[in-house]
Each structure stands twice: as structure tokens, then as C-alpha cells.
Design a protein around this ligand. Structure first.
Ligand SMILES: Nc1ncnc2c1ncn2[C@@H]1O[C@H](COP(=O)(O)OP(=O)(O)OP(=O)(O)O)[C@@H](O)[C@H]1O
Ligand SMILES: Cc1ncc(C[n+]2csc(CCOP(=O)(O)O)c2C)c(N)n1
Ligand SMILES: [Mg+2]
Length: 304
């Protein structure tokens, strides 16, 4: 036994762990490994392949008394959101279920109704999966994991890493207060992500852990810091800027756009998506710049 016990993930935090995973080298046909919304592989076809896995857990991402149809919708919509954040098109899903033995057949059917409805809307076929349960004393544990493939135009794949100092930062939609219902009902920004990728976005991600957690991720991946104006944040209902920064599960897109593209982008966005706001919230700045806005907060799976 070492004199120094290994630190726990609760002590280190989720971000520490994600950075450790992202440091693992990748090669061969892998273009983007751990650290972005999806992995990107070059399998030799005319488009690049996207891979994503994502789970929802009862008591963490939804309450155990939730309508299973909404749980199914959320589970697949989250993964589609990540494909959209790369500018891609989702294709095939595998569904892993960890179910309590007390789950009724009607609940399983409702879960699949939710999965299938969002799948049909976005062209995703469910092609298989895995079914399991947790041992005592955790027999009530419920998890839905989605593994999703997609593909993307080679010229339009948009990672978190392509931003440059000076790029303007935009978010789609409104932020904050998702726990009131949006986190279960949101429609992933798939067409919007494809459009932004084809219309000059240099970096993009979807917002799941709150802007305060996710914006530094995009900025750092691009080798930058970020300046953000909290008073510019587009707010859901009576949410405050603090809610917009911290609540998470907005499933909106955060994008970086070169300043000289901004005017045309906004004009064209209004024709393409007249009902969806695209709001300028700040800009990327040089790493270590005095203009960087310190951001703390957002969601961490290992903090209580
Ligand atoms: N256990 C793991 N092993 C290797 N890589 C991981 C692991 N967990 C997460 N990652 C990678 O870390 C990055 C961040 O993961 P995370 O699930 O937070 O994705 P995200 O896109 O930031 O969030 P969301 O899926 O909610 O949109 C992803 O690239 C993911 O593949
Ligand atoms: C019952 C219940 N309690 C809390 C929340 C809020 N919540 C859960 S996970 C998460 C961040 C994204 O997760 P991930 O990092 O796994 O993508 C947030 C904001 C909820 N939806 N339901
Ligand atoms: Mg994501």
C-alpha cells in the first residue's frame, strides 16, 4: 500500500477526470478523440464518422416518477444534440437499459415511444442495445444509455478547437431554468448546428453543464480565454444571468464566429431560423488576457 492514498473522483471533480481522459493519445483513423462533443473518425468514406455515447440516470437526470416517454425523448435527444454540435447528421442508435425489476411493460413501451418519436423526427434508427439491472441494494437503479453514430461533411466538421482570439461568441435560444421542463422536452438544434457549421462557425459545442462550465471548455480547446457579458445572456422566462450560467441542460449551441462573418451570419440566420434567437454573448480573447471573464460554477457529477 502506498503512503499516499489515491484521491477520489469526488475530491478531484469531474473536469479533472475529463481532462485526464482527453490527454490519452489517439491515432490511426481517429481525427478527434476524447474531449469534444463527439469523436470523429475517417473511415475512408466521403463523409467523416461521428460517435457519441451518453446516459441518463434516474434521480440524476430525471426523477423516478417521471413519464417514461419523456425520459426516452431526453435520452436520445441529448445524443442528437451532440451530433448537431459537430455539424453532423445522426444515423444509428444502440440503447442500453438498466431497469429495476419493478418496471412495468407499459413503462418500457412508453420509453420506446419517446425514443422512437425523436428518432423518427431526426432520421435515427434504433438498431439494437443491451438490457441489464443493478444488484441489491441498488435494484431500483434506472439508466438509459444511448450510443449514436452519425456522419458529417469533411469540410464542415466543427469541433470545440477551431476558435481564434477575437471570434465573436453566440448562443442559440435562451438559457437557464431548464429543470422546469426544458431538460426533458427540448428539441435538439440539429438543423441549426448543420447550418452554423456550413456558414462560418469556427468552433461549436452544445451546452449541457451550464455556460459557466462549458464556455471555458470551448475557449480552452481553442487555446483561448473568453470574455462574456452576463447582461447579454438570453434568458428563459424569469431566469437570472446566474441561472443562465449555472443551471445547465439548456441543450443550446455555443458558437464562435470570426468578426468579419458576423454581419452576414446574422442576416442569413434570421431568414433560416426566424423563430430562434442567435445572441452575441462575448468573444474569445488571448489566453491569459486581462479581458478574460473568470467563470466558476455549472454542473459537476461528483460534487454534492
Ligand atoms: N469514461 C470516459 N472515457 C473516455 N472519454 C470520456 C469518458 N467520459 C467522457 N469522456 C469524453 O470526455 C468528453 C466530455 O464528455 P461529456 O460526456 O461531458 O460530453 P459533453 O459533450 O461535454 O457533454 P454532453 O454529453 O452532456 O453534451 C467527451 O469527448 C467524452 O467522449
Ligand atoms: C432529478 C434531476 N436533478 C437534477 C437535474 C439537473 N441536472 C442533472 S445532470 C445535469 C448536467 C448535465 O448532465 P451530463 O453532464 O450528464 O450531461 C443537470 C443540470 C435533473 N435534470 N434532474
Ligand atoms: Mg456535448
Amino acid at each position: 500500500m502506498s503512503d499516499h492514498p489515491s484521491p477520489t473522483v469526488g475530491e478531484l471533480g469531474e473536469q479533472y477526470l475529463l481532462e485526464r481522459f482527453a490527454a490519452a493519445p489517439v491515432g490511426g483513423d481517429v481525427i478527434v478523440g476524447p474531449g469534444d462533443d463527439c469523436a470523429v473518425c475517417d473511415t475512408g468514406s466521403d463523409r467523416l464518422t461521428l460517435l457519441k455515447t451518453d446516459c441518463v440516470v434516474g434521480g440524476v437526470h430525471f426523477t423516478l416518477d417521471e413519464d417514461f416517454r419523456r425520459v426516452g425523448h431526453k435520452a436520445l435527444a441529448r445524443a442528437i444534440s451532440d451530433i448537431g454540435a459537430m455539424g453532423g447528421t445522426p444515423r444509428h442508435a444502440l440503447v442500453t437499459l438498466m431497469l429495476p425489476p419493478t418496471t412495468t411493460l407499459a413503462q418500457v413501451d412508453a420509453l420506446y415511444d419517446g425514443l422512437r418519436a425523436v428518432g423518427e423526427r431526426f432520421g435515427v434508427q434504433i438498431v439494437g442495445g443491451e438490457t441489464t439491472s443493478a444488484p441489491p441494494p441498488h435494484r431500483d437503479a434506472l439508466m438509459v444509455n444511448i450510443a449514436l453514430t452519425g456522419d458529417v461533411d469533411r469540410d464542415h466538421v466543427t469541433t470545440r478547437a477551431g476558435g481564434e482570439p477575437g471570434d465573436a461568441l453566440f448562443v442559440t435560444g435562451v438559457l437557464g431554468g431548464s429543470i422546469a421542463g426544458h431538460h426533458l422536452d427540448f428539441i435538439p438544434r440539429l438543423a441549426e448546428g448543420q447550418w452554423l457549421a456550413a456558414n462560418g462557425a469556427t468552433a461549436m459545442m452544445d451546452l449541457s453543464d451550464g455556460l459557466a462550465k462549458d464556455l471555458p471548455r470551448l475557449a480552452r480547446a481553442s487555446g483561448c480565454d473568453a470574455h462574456v457579458d452576463p447582461t447579454a445572456l438570453p434568458l428563459r422566462g424569469d431566469s437570472t444571468p446566474t441561472d443562465a450560467l449555472n443551471d445547465g441542460e439548456d441543450f443550446e449551441l455555443l458558437v464562435a464566429v470570426p468578426e468579419d462573418h458576423v454581419r452576414a451570419l446574422l442576416i442569413n440566420w434570421r431568414s433560416a431560423f426566424p423563430d430562434t434567437p442567435l445572441t452575441r454573448i462575448g468573444r474569445l480573447v488571448e489566453l491569459g488576457s486581462a479581458d478574460a471573464t473568470p467563470l466558476h460554477g455549472g454542473f459537476d457529477h461528483f460534487s454534492d
